[in-house]
Design a protein around this ligand. Structure first.
Ligand code: WQD
Length: 349
């Protein structure tokens, strides 16, 4: 089975490519490195011991993308490629709509043209907006509150319409909660550009000395300790969920959404305490005002994925903290040679 992975050099994409190679899938990666580093390609090869095809392609370049479809046998697509920073999407919405929606339309168009009708789509719990209650189930109302989230919801709706127009399609919409952690090797991990928006990479950069202290965004939420509660899921568990979704879509038709979360919520302070306890690293922090757009509590009801996909998150918060720290401590500035595009030319084609 040959799987095309868009955005396969990114944080979740690279971890999923490792799992695909470990499961003996043939993999074709396309990426434009807009939010990732070419070095992750050699690291994926190092970890898996397997070769795979890579094409440096922007999904907005339909012609370039078509050369991949015309030159490769593809049985299914896992679609990660897209911009994903909530705050940035508020500042540059048109860039987000163009990049995420137009890029996806090019992909779907070519999938239809080349009769590749199986897709696992990287969606997000952000499509639920501020839930009326927790845990969150897939049939809860969807009400996004930012352009990034709207692109995810729009793509989910586009894919539902595509299936309505052609019932030979088989699509899984995977709604991620909060991915953290890294592969146990410490060779791939989350490598955000600039100052991290997300909690765990911010904590690990404080721990490694790149940042001075963590600002906790609000301690007046209606939660046990007043800080925000989220469903943190190990990125390797998340990656394995994509392989289970792949198995499901290959053997059935239709469009289904699945929550990929642990079903357990942790507060910001609980994450800080767990990180300090498991790594021995002190994380200085102070309280600041709430971050606009943040919600008090968000965690999954993961039973649909457990029942339909036979998937369940296995790794606990300690492993998430230890694996996050191993990646950051072994890669204090993330992937090296951020601007060395030569990596792409020397790597797998
Ligand atoms: C987690 C908690 C913050 C940073 C986002 C996107 C979502 C998905 C995952 C793409 C919150 C608090 C954070 C900091 C803090 N991404 N925090 N200080 O906002 O739940 O979800 O990332 O799909 O779409 O919205 O994750 O890690 O930013 O925040 O106090 O420096 O940590 O307030 O309570 P979030 P996060």
């Amino acid at each position: 089975m040959a799987i095309l992975v868009t955005g396969g050099t990114g944080y979740i994409g690279s971890h999923t490519v490792v799992e695909l190679l470990n499961a003996n899938y043939e993999v074709i990666v396309v990426d434009n490195f807009s939010n990732s580093n070419p070095e992750s390609l050699s690291r994926i090869k190092e970890i898996s011991g397997k070769d795979f095809k890579f094409f440096e392609v922007d999904l907005l370049d339909r012609g370039e993308l078509e050369t991949v479809f015309s030159n490769c046998v593809i049985d299914a697509v896992i679609h990660f490629a897209g911009l994903k920073a909530v705050g940035e999407s508020v500042e540059i919405p048109i860039c987000y709509y163009h990049n995420n929606i137009t890029g996806t339309l090019n992909l779907i168009d070519l999938m239809q043209k080349y009769d590749v009708l199986n897709m696992v789509f990287s969606s997000s719990a952000t499509v639920y907006g501020a839930p009326k209650q927790v845990p969150i189930s897939e049939n809860f109302s969807l009400n996004v509150t930012n352009p990034y989230g709207r692109t995810k919801l729009m793509i989910e709706e586009i894919l539902n319409d595509v299936y309505t127009s052609n019932s030979n399609w088989s699509i899984a919409l995977l709604r991620y909660f909060n991915p953290i952690g890294a592969h146990e090797s410490g060779r791939i991990g989350e490598d955000p550009n600039g100052i991290p928006n997300n909690l765990m990479p911010y904590i690990t950069q404080v721990a490694v000395g790149k940042l001075n202290e963590l600002k906790v965004f609000g301690n007046d939420y209606s939660t046990p300790d007043g800080t925000g509660v989220r469903d943190y899921i190990h990125v390797v568990d998340l990656a394995k969920g994509h392989l289970k979704a792949l198995e499901k879509i290959i053997s059935s038709n239709g469009v289904e959404a699945y929550n990929l979360g642990t079903g357990k919520g942790y507060s910001v302070l609980e994450i800080v305490q767990a990180f300090e306890k498991t790594t021995g690293k002190k994380i200085p922090y102070s309280f600041g005002p709430r971050r606009s757009g943040d919600i008090a509590e968000c965690f999954a009801n993961p039973t649909k994925a457990e029942k339909d996909l036979g998937w369940k998150a296995r790794r606990g918060i300690k492993e998430m903290c230890i694996d996050s720290w191993r990646w950051q401590s072994q890669n204090p500035i993330g992937f090296q040679n951020k601007n060395d595009k030569n990596y792409a030319t020397t790597l797998i084609r």
